[in-house]
Design a protein around this ligand. Structure first.
Ligand code: BGC
Length: 519
């Protein structure tokens, strides 16, 4: 029986190519598309805890919070109106990623990025200038549309551009930008909240135009991926581009494989229906389960609600915003570890190590909070060291996520889909991610109120399930050229029953019917 990891022989293909300055700069610019997503994740939690913002737009929430004299810490911040503000964006992102699939496939990855930047820009301006709740909502929806386009196209762009040996590292630039976006937003909230006159929230929300302009301008100067150019019939240009990107003249083999992959994708008339074919079962499973599991690690409980959570365990206002900045910093640093290790140690190792680390921390945090707060949420006097220990373990948990499920949740799906279903499958990935981000954002405060410290054990349970899933079902994809990925499924103990030499992948079908001539 083949190894559980599935694939350890290499495909035999080794396209020549270097990590050229050209490809590095290109990928760094493109990865900045993650900033808009990160900025938004980091900004909303802080803004919704600013009193002037609540007073202006959600007065009933403000009154409830101000009047609430209950001492039950678990239920203090439970308000659905407020969470709807945070989470509505993710529904818009879900819808737009489906539209983005067609734009990305027919008009190229760049155009989707451009749309993403422009929509996000419009949303940021409307939000910063908001005078009424409807403006906030329209702004949020535009931001969501922007994120849907960017998250659909940027990971694909990076995975197609990168030389396969460095694909992991370059792709994780996207996640690094997400974490930088979150951190910058946390820091800005910290300072803007202090502005006298109570209009700091306008700067927080309007500040989103900066990352939006970065991706808008970036998308105008970036080159198209060779895959995307070939897909649109520009063969000569694509070959020249490939030589430039790889920094070598001998790109024949890779180029031919890209042409073949593109021919295969043209045979596909219904990319969505196609996804349901038996031979794409592993891809569809990963496109659904990876983002589902990523959100069920519980990471966004920390990212959205860190200030609220830290208040719950007894920190003062300022200290809790500061702790959010600390977890944000840990998130960035740990992502860099992943950039360093992903193409050396592989994806499976990071997934399994990160999972174990998160599990241990979740159990410790649940125990700490449970022992002190009990089930009635009455902590009594909470010693300072106690809160520090909790924050410390939350940081270790965040770092575990930041070098495993965080980056790999975007990298692995973007590198396993064959070209003929790539765009559609990536949309499934983004939509599932957004859907569960929405659910978690929407029900977390309510869950905290009802499940109490057991909430952390709920997520811990899922971390166990997802780690088993990775161990048994995810083959290693490190160092495999993206258009050669079919091999990893064919030699996997489980997936080989769906993908085998009998079940032709689109690429092989074309190789047989249309032997490629040198172009
Ligand atoms: C996830 C986000 C999360 C972020 C934290 C991303 O990969 O998709 O939901 O907030 O990582 O860094």
């Amino acid at each position: 029986m083949p190894a559980v990891g599935g694939f350890d022989k290499g495909t035999g293909k080794a396209y020549p190519g270097n990590l050229t300055p050209y490809v590095t700069v290109t990928c760094v610019v493109a990865a900045m598309g993650g900033l808009i997503f990160g900025y938004d994740i980091g900004i909303s939690g802080g803004v919704t805890s600013m009193a002037p913002f609540l007073q202006k737009f959600f007065p009933s929430v403000y009154r409830k919070e101000a009047l609430d004299k209950s001492t039950n810490q678990y239920c203090k911040f439970d308000s659905e109106t407020l969470t709807l503000f945070t989470s509505s964006l993710y529904l818009a992102a879900l819808l737009s990623s489906l539209v983005a699939s067609t734009v990305t496939r027919k008009f190229g990855r760049k155009l989707s990025m451009l749309f993403g930047g422009l929509l996000f820009c419009a949303g940021a301006i409307i939000n910063g200038a908001a005078k009424a709740v409807w403006m906030l909502i329209v702004g949020r929806i535009l931001l969501g549309f922007g994120i849907g386009f960017a998250n659909q196209s940027v990971p694909l762009y990076l995975s197609e551009m990168a030389p396969y040996k460095y694909r992991g590292a370059l792709n994780i630039g996207f996640q690094l930008s997400i974490t930088i976006g979150i951190l910058v937003a946390n820091i800005l909230n910290y300072f803007f909240a202090k502005i006298k006159g109570g209009w700091g929230w306008r700067l927080s929300l309007g500040g989103a135009v900066v990352p939006a302009l970065i991706i808008t301008v970036g998308s105008l100067v970036l080159p198209d991926t060779p895959n995307s150019m070939i897909e649109r019939g520009q063969h000569e240009g694509a070959k020249t581009k490939l030589r430039r990107i790889r920094g070598v003249d001998d790109v024949e083999e890779e180029f031919n494989d890209l042409v073949v992959a593109s021919e295969a994708s043209k045979l596909v008339e219904h990319p969505w229906r196609n996804l349901l074919q038996r031979k794409y079962r592993p891809h569809l499973t990963m496109a659904i389960l990876i983002p589902f599991f990523q959100q069920l690690t519980g990471i966004n409980v920390i990212m959205f609600y860190a200030p609220v959570l830290f208040k719950t365990i007894g920190f003062a206002d300022d200290a809790s915003l500061m702790s959010a900045v600390i977890t944000g910093g840990v998130n960035v640093l740990a992502t860099i570890v992943s950039i360093y290790g992903v193409d050396k140690w592989g994806r499976r190792f990071l997934f399994l190590e990160g999972g174990t680390q998160m599990l241990i921390c979740q159990v410790i945090v649940a125990t700490c909070i449970g022992v002190k707060f009990g089930v009635d949420g009455e902590p009594g006097a909470l010693p300072k060291w106690y809160a520090i220990v909790v924050v410390l373990f939350i940081c270790v948990y965040v770092s575990g996520f930041a070098w495993s499920w965080g980056p790999l949740g975007w990298l692995v799906p973007s590198e396993i889909f064959p070209l003929e279903i790539r765009s559609a499958a990536q949309s499934v990935n983004v939509s599932v991610n957004m859907f569960f981000t929405f659910i978690i954002a929407q029900i977390f405060l309510n869950m905290l109120c009802h499940m109490k410290f057991g909430l952390f054990l709920f997520f811990a349970f899922f971390v166990v399930v997802m780690s088993f899933f990775i161990y048994f079902f995810l083959p290693e994809t490190k160092g495999i050229p993206i258009e050669e990925m079919a091999e990893v499924w064919k030699s996997h103990w489980f997936w080989s029953r769906y993908v085998n030499d009998g079940s032709y992948s689109g690429v092989e079908l074309v190789k047989e019917n249309y032997p490629v001539k040198n172009v």
